[in-house]
Design a binder for this molecule. Structure first.
Ligand code: BDP
Length: 676
């Protein structure tokens, strides 16, 4: 959204079209389309366009309209809109006698907005308009952001400053930053946001009460202009905490009535309110289990309250026992989501969506994909990703997650034979379900650059683009972001793209090996601590001893988790001979001398990747330094500083992990490098 001045050639080619814009401001969204386009055109072409509400007799011009607009009558291309989803659009060029016209038409106002952003992106990445016509629509009905913001201004797992929504237990008055956020989310196709932490504490519980609803409505007004629906995370125990009731039992008539009244209140203030996001019976949060009810009882009760208004319930599947006995090798946290939710398949109302974390544990650098995606057949589902880098370097390390997310959405669940990808399961296509999509935990705060690490912006951008179109490749998304952010100097684009695309695998190489996860400091989760989570109650173990390491999750001798997958995946993961190297220790307990498919032993792999990881982190820094003078000086400096922190931390990871496993196994490094 820099809208830098275009090169003369582009101004020459397209300037005349963009001298006139025809748009009817029939809604708040269309007003924002007009504003966005006018300011972008002014800044890119160096002059303000003339704005008209009806197509003038003579062109050239840019015409933006919804499908039903009479101005579009007779345009052949427009017919294609009916095959696209509600937020779909087409952009085409017509050359008429009266002059050329670029048409950006959407099935809805939001579609026109996305078309406008698409058009601007083409100009800014200097792709020009030769690729027109384009016709796009997203398979995902919901493309959502979850803020984990608290009203005191802090952000759970936030690494980029304080909340832009709250300060000192109040909603901010100045909404400028929120408006900018809405713009940037809409520019990549996001259409829903929940604005408070899934851990809903006392203060935030009141967001659904009359005291706060007028202010929440103001935030909703801002997002509405950009086609983004507002959701709130709710506390399942609200009827007790703020309703004065004795119980929150979902089958209790008073409780049901209480929630219905809350829904009525909310919709009075926010007529297009999206609905509730719920974390229940998880990590000390209240839920239906307290009353001997299941999660379908809980979700359906809220769904019934919202249904008359078109609202939905997004119910999280991150439900597990966080107080389990670490001495019990059979209890497996990885099994929990599937064990809890699969038996409830088909029992949820149509306006309930289950939101499932990408993996069975918790956003580790490497996990298998949750087997629930391939298990649920009759329940709306949504994929939950984490943009904020809780376990992936906390925005001090560069760790570009789009390649990880691509693997996740492309994972084949075999639920209905080959090709049953997670992307198809969550869009609803696989099981012909009405609702679905993707959600991700935001990585922004009030830092001037939004994300702390300047390169972490690529994760937010990438998530939006991928949730709009899961078919885009990581390379395409990266190329777009780098060009939009830094311009198109090939030295810069090649270097930054290369750094981003390798960064996840570099981070993985110096952290927990072979999918075992969890070797982080407890609590804050930054930096190495091999046994930090080993003897605690969180269900997060690696079982390393002097002979071997890894968690036996096979059906024969282990926890049985591998059996939650459909065939052939269950068998693939179920045997150490076929299990992919990168997930070996997630599924199997093996001796240090076990030979990987790569040819290396487990212990030698640990040494090699940890030495090499530091070399690679240093290489990232060297590459970045070659860009001095070609990048905005403050961005250059901030990134260089963070790369130094990354190297320092990678060295610590290398030394701790290598030393630990050298001492545990007593096996020296084949290459004789120094291990302490
Ligand atoms: C974990 C976080 C914790 C969240 C929890 C969740 O450590 O702060 O509350 O996930 O997703 O990753 O509910």
């Amino acid at each position: 959204m820099r809208y830098d001045a275009l090169p003369d050639e582009a101004v020459e080619l397209y300037g005349s079209y963009f001298s006139q814009i025809a748009i009817r401001e029939s809604s708040v969204v269309m007003r924002q389309v007009r504003k966005e386009l006018v300011s972008a055109v002014e800044s890119m072409f160096g002059r303000k366009p003339r704005v008209v509400t009806a197509k003038p007799k003579k062109g050239p011009l840019v015409l933006l309209a919804t499908a039903d607009d009479p101005e579009l009558a007779g345009l052949a291309e427009i017919g294609r809109l009916k095959d696209l989803p509600r937020d779909g659009y087409i952009i085409c060029r017509t050359e008429q006698e009266s002059g050329g016209c670029i048409v950006a038409a959407g099935n809805s106002d939001a579609g026109v907005l996305y078309a406008a952003f698409h058009l601007l992106r083409l100009l800014q990445t200097e792709q020009g308009l030769d690729g027109l016509p384009v016709a796009e629509g997203s398979p995902n009905k919901l493309r959502m952001i979850n803020q984990w913001d608290n009203m005191d201004g802090s952000i759970e797992r936030g690494y980029a400053g304080q909340s832009i929504f709250y300060r000192h237990d109040k909603i901010v008055r100045d909404m400028t930053r929120i408006r900018d956020y809405a713009r940037l989310l809409a520019s990549v196709g996001i259409n829903a946001i929940s604005i408070n932490n899934v851990n809903v504490h006392r203060t935030e519980t009141k967001l659904i009460a009359a005291e706060w609803l007028p202010s929440v409505a103001k935030i909703a007004d801002v997002f509405r202009g950009y086609g983004v629906k507002l959701f709130l995370s709710v506390n399942f125990a609200s009827p007790i905490e703020i309703g004065g009731l004795q119980t929150a039992d979902p089958l209790d008539k008073q409780v049901q009535r209480w929630w219905k009244e809350r829904a009525e209140d909310i919709y009075r203030y926010i007529p297009d309110f999206g609905g509730f996001l719920v974390k229940a019976d998880s990590e000390f949060r209240p839920g239906p289990f307290t009353y001997g009810r299941d999660h379908a009882d809980g979700a359906n009760m809220l769904a019934d309250a919202l249904e008359p208004f078109g609202g939905i319930v997004i119910w999280r599947c991150f439900v597990y026992n966080c107080q389990q006995d670490w001495r019990d090798r059979k209890t497996d946290r990885a099994r929990a989501a599937y064990d809890h939710f699969l038996p409830l398949d088909g029992k949820f109302r149509d306006n309930v969506i289950l939101q499932i974390k990408n993996g069975p544990m918790d956003f580790q650098v490497r996990e298998p994909v949750s087997p629930l995606f391939g298990g649920l057949k009759q329940t709306n589902q949504m994929l939950e990703l984490q943009i904020t880098q809780e376990y992936t370097g906390q925005q001090k390390h560069v760790c570009y997650l789009v390649p990880q997310w691509k693997e996740i959405v492309g994972f084949d669940t075999y639920a209905a034979g080959e090709g049953s990808t997670v992307a198809k399961a969550v869009s609803g296509e696989l099981n012909r379900l009405p609702l679905g999509g993707m959600a991700a935990v935001s990585n922004i705060g009030d830092d001037a650059n939004w994300t702390g690490h300047p390169l972490a912006q690529a994760n937010l951008y990438g998530y939006g683009r991928l949730s709009w179109n899961p078919q885009l490749t990581a390379e395409q998304i990266t190329d777009e972001w780098v060009k939009l952010t830094f311009g198109d100097d090939p030295d810069v684009t090649e270097t930054v793209s290369g750094m981003l695309l390798r960064s996840w695998s570099i981070y993985e190489s110096y952290t927990a090996p072979l999918g075992v996860g969890w070797m982080v400091n407890p609590g804050h989760h930054y930096g190495p601590n091999v046994d930090g989570y080993e003897y605690s109650k969180w269900g997060t173990y690696h079982f390393a001893d002097s002979r071997g390491i890894g968690v036996d999750r096979t059906t024969k001798t282990g926890t049985g988790y591998a059996g939650q997958y459909n065939e052939p995946v269950a068998s693939l993961y179920g045997s150490p001979g076929t299990c992919p190297d990168e997930l070996l220790l997630f599924f199997h307990h093996v001796p240090y001398t076990h030979r990987l498919k790569s040819g290396s032993t487990v212990i030698q792999h640990i040494y090699d990747t940890h030495f090499e990881g530091v070399v690679q982190a240093e290489q990232l820094k060297r590459e970045w330094l070659t860009l001095e003078g070609k990048i905005d000086p403050s961005v250059f400096r901030e990134t260089a500083e963070r790369l130094d922190m990354q190297i320092e931390s990678a060295v610590e990871w290398r030394d701790r992990i290598n030393t630990y496993f050298y001492r545990m196994s007593g096996i020296p490094d084949e290459r004789g490098r120094t291990i302490f």
